[in-house]
Design a protein around this ligand. Structure first.
Ligand code: SAH
Ligand code: SF4
Ligand code: F3S
Length: 487
């Protein structure tokens, strides 16, 4: 694009900020010039390292950061000794924040050793004012800070950080409170050549009372279906066989579009794409999961047999305090309907233990749901108080001892049901997408079944990215050992 132009003749002040992504391509070209200068001076390309914390949305955002860094000529490495190090942060629980501060401390000494080094921070944690204050006072060696709403202007910020001599200005901080902007067509580099996440929507409107995501990711906005389909078609043309449609609550996709469209309809459109073999999605809020979606899943040949359906708590009283807008009975009825309509589906979930006011009776209600739904897997979290959320101001915060007791009880039952569920396909054959060469054992490949269970089996590295038929010989807890039946 703009690489072709004579950059010195372009006056960026006349390219209005709303002209995106053109403006960003201009800055990519400017950064590219800087990189060439670096290469001439140092006899090597500058290196960069992108570290991701948090969920699939962040993982996808990091692919966008890498896309731009590579485009301007950076060499991507895994080592934090790089010339440009960026942490894409998460703040959903306090331990995520603590990890970032810990890692930043380590970076400080590395920066002393490498005079070229620039340190950048972005992602959800940066949307919190208390974090920015702390960075300004105690982490002044950080060069660039931006948030979730303006990640699209990374090229511009990178330019300011590396090309303009910003040392006089100190830390560059650019945080937006919210946005309704969705910028399409920026470079992105996928971690895997054969599978990819696709954002179908951004933000969240649900305001579950414990959760900080709506505050740091902003209001819900859906991408236009044409843009999503265009992106997937392009990915398939590049060799992608599996996509994961991403949103905090995919079931409310399309409600705010000029021409509203349901998530189930979108799935039907995606299903039509030739060459695409598998479709996954994350996450479904139980209150919005429609019969239409169950039917579309049931009839589909491509939608994987896996549904992540966060429960959070099995106690109706706690669910109400959490602002989840369903009862224990409604959740159970929904899970039962899904299992009845799609018997081979795997249902997984998220559970929080220790929400304010939770008693052991409430924990027993959660355990009752786990036993009845028989989850294939469940992520169990200890409640973390997030400043600014309604739950943080609630009385009766649960004591750490009591939380631990509840957590251990829940985990034990989750593991029992998961083992039982996962092993129910022992001896059968199934299709697996080969994802990688097993790092621990030579000659073994790791594949993922439609229901999200992993299977390890002997095979050639050339099969990575292909869908093969495997026999599920032995179930070892939460995964299978098997052998390949056909390619
Ligand atoms: N939008 C997704 C979840 C995003 S956060 C959904 O609603 O399913 C992922 C998970 O983190 C949540 O499902 C919840 O179980 C957990 N979580 C969110 N806030 C938390 C908090 N304050 N303490 C502990 N766990 C939390
Ligand atoms: Fe958080 Fe609830 Fe939104 Fe999920 S649906 S991101 S838990 S507010
Ligand atoms: Fe964390 Fe932000 Fe995802 S807070 S869980 S990275 S949306």
């Amino acid at each position: 694009m703009l690489n072709e132009f004579d950059l010195d003749k372009i006056d960026i002040s006349v390219i209005p900020p709303e002209t995106e992504p053109v403006r960003q391509y201009y800055f990519m070209a400017k950064c590219r010039e800087w990189v060439r200068g670096f290469e001439d001076k140092n006899g090597r390309s500058p290196s960069c390292c992108v570290t991701t914390f948090g969920c699939q949305m962040n993982a996808r955002d990091s692919e966008k950061l890498v896309g731009i860094l590579r485009r301007v000529g950076y060499q991507v490495t895994e080592s934090e000794d790089a010339d440009f190090v960026i942490f894409n942060t998460c703040t959903v629980r306090d331990n995520a924040n603590q990890r970032v501060y810990g890692r930043l401390g380590e970076l400080k000494s590395r920066k002393k050793r490498n005079p070229h080094m620039k340190i950048a921070l972005c992602g959800c944690m940066m949307q919190e004012t208390t974090v920015i204050e702390k960075l300004r006072s105690s982490y002044r060696f950080v060069d660039l800070v931006f948030g979730t709403h303006n990640i699209f202007k990374f090229a511009e910020l990178l330019y300011r950080c590396i090309c303009e001599n910003h040392n006089e200005q100190g830390m560059i901080v650019d945080i937006w409170e919210d946005t309704d902007k969705i910028v399409e067509d920026l470079p992105v580099e996928r971690k895997y050549p054969f599978k990819s996440g696709i954002n179908i929507m951004f933000g969240c409107n649900n305001f579950c009372s414990y959760c900080i995501v709506p505050y740091v990711r902003g209001r819900e906005r859906s991408r236009e279906p044409e843009e999503i389909l265009r992106e997937i078609r392009q990915l398939v043309a590049e060799g992608v066989v599996e996509v994961m449609l991403l949103g905090q609550n995919v079931n409310s996709y399309g409600k705010n579009l000029d021409t509203p469209m349901s998530f189930a309809r979108l799935l039907q459109e995606v299903e039509q794409i030739e060459g695409l073999e598998r479709i996954r999605f994350m996450t479904s809020h139980p209150k919005d999961l429609s019969d239409e979606l169950i039917q579309v899943m049931k009839e589909s040949k491509k939608i994987c047999r896996h549904l992540h359906l966060p429960l959070q708590s099995g106690s109706t009283r706690i669910l109400q305090l959490m602002n989840r807008r369903y009862t224990k009975e409604q959740y159970l009825a929904l899970a039962e309907k899904i299992r009845r309509e799609i018997p081979d589906i795997a249902i997984t979930t998220d559970i929080i233990v220790g929400f304010p006011g939770e008693t052991m009776e409430d924990v027993e209600e959660t355990i009752d749901v786990i036993r009845r739904v028989k989850y294939d897997n469940a992520f169990t979290f200890i409640y973390s108080k997030r400043t600014g959320t309604p739950a943080a101001a609630m009385e009766n915060q649960v004591s750490p001892d009591r939380v631990k007791e509840g957590f251990d009880r829940v985990l034990k039952v989750v593991q029992e049901t998961a083992r039982e569920q996962v092993s129910r396909y022992r001896g059968q054959q199934a299709q697996a997408l080969v994802e990688e060469v097993n790092a621990q054992e030579e000659g073994l490949l790791t594949g993922r079944l439609s229901n999200n269970t992993l299977v390890h089996f002997p095979g050639d590295a050339e099969l990575v990215g292909r869908i093969v038929t495997v026999s599920l010989d032995e179930c070892l807890g939460f995964y299978y050992m098997g052998h390949m039946v056909s390619q």
